[in-house]
Design a protein around this ligand. Structure first.
Ligand SMILES: *[C@@H]1O[C@H](CO)[C@@H](O)[C@H](O)[C@H]1NC(C)=O
Ligand SMILES: *[C@@H]1O[C@H](CO)[C@@H](O)[C@H](O)[C@H]1NC(C)=O
Ligand SMILES: *[C@@H]1O[C@H](CO)[C@@H](O)[C@H](O)[C@H]1NC(C)=O
Length: 238
């Protein structure tokens, strides 16, 4: 993982020259203390559920070398640097990346001494793919404390015939409906971010509050800069 992180960092440095940014930590496996409007780097690792556990019992951060995710050919890493307290939708294009070929689960993570990681979330297997997620980043005094997947118990796909509700929590599409898999749907992943808690000046991060209030609407409709292929198909569904 170290090598791929390094390569991606070079690109992040170029886009990271933002006047409002005071956070100079661009590495996901390092500790940052943020204020509102800073950029914040975190990673999402894709692999099998088991590979996120040490000795099959302790879930560790993907930054922890004991997991050997870095040397595993069966894992993939995506890095993001959203602006703190801004509602953002991250997308991962799946036209050349099938999450099910990398174990089908993902974990969001950041930090080293103050390492935080989410629980593994099911993304895909050969039958189903979940394409829509909400990730909450919770800070206390500017330090990341917790990352968790917020679920709505399939409320967003109730009554939609294209979706199957898995384990009463995830709205999934049949993999066979996806482009390159015999179907016509762009099964790229959309990850809605929300921030909660406080920054280093104890200012309250409240994008989470806004997401809660908008949950009833299709969040995808808010992203005019998203590619039409993704937004229009979700407009059809939701
Ligand atoms: C791994 O788990 C087994 C069984 O729970 C335990 O006996 C062993 O000490 C553990 N090894 C390490 C390195 O924690
Ligand atoms: C795919 O995952 C779903 C939901 O966890 C499960 O019901 C199904 O049996 C899995 N299919 C395969 C082929 O593993
Ligand atoms: C994913 O990439 C393919 C090929 O480059 C493109 O046609 C498609 O529109 C992309 N999807 C999204 C959601 O950006």
């Amino acid at each position: 993982m170290e090598a791929s992180v390094f390569v991606l960092m070079l690109t992040l440095l170029v886009v990271g020259l933002d006047a409002a940014n005071t956070n100079r930590v661009y590495q996901p496996c390092a500790d940052a203390k943020i204020q509102r409007s800073d950029g914040f780097t975190f990673g999402i690792a894709f692999s099998s559920k088991d590979s996120f556990f040490f000795n099959q019992s302790h879930q560790l951060s993907p930054c922890d070398r004991r997991l050997s995710l870095s040397s595993s050919s069966n894992s993939q890493l995506a890095l993001f640097r959203p602006k703190v307290d801004e509602i953002s939708l991250l997308t991962i294009n799946t036209s050349n990346f099938f999450p099910d070929s990398y174990g089908g689960f993902m974990v969001a993570f950041a930090g080293r001494k103050y390492a935080a990681r989410s629980q593994p979330a099911f993304v895909a297997n050969s039958t189903y793919i979940v394409t829509s997620f909400t990730l909450v980043l919770e800070f206390q005094k500017g330090r990341l404390q917790n990352l968790y997947w917020k679920r709505d118990g399939c409320a967003s796909c109730k009554g939609k015939s294209n979706f199957v509700c898995l384990n009463k929590q995830d709205c999934a599409i049949r993999t066979s409906s996806c482009k390159n898999r015999g179907g016509s749907v762009d099964c790229s992943l959309g990850i809605q971010l929300a921030f909660s808690g406080t920054d280093k000046h104890l200012s309250v991060l409240n994008s989470w509050y806004e997401v809660e209030n908008m949950r009833q609407y299709s969040l995808y409709g808010l992203y005019s800069n998203l590619r039409d292929s993704l937004t229009s198909q979700y407009n059809k569904f939701f």
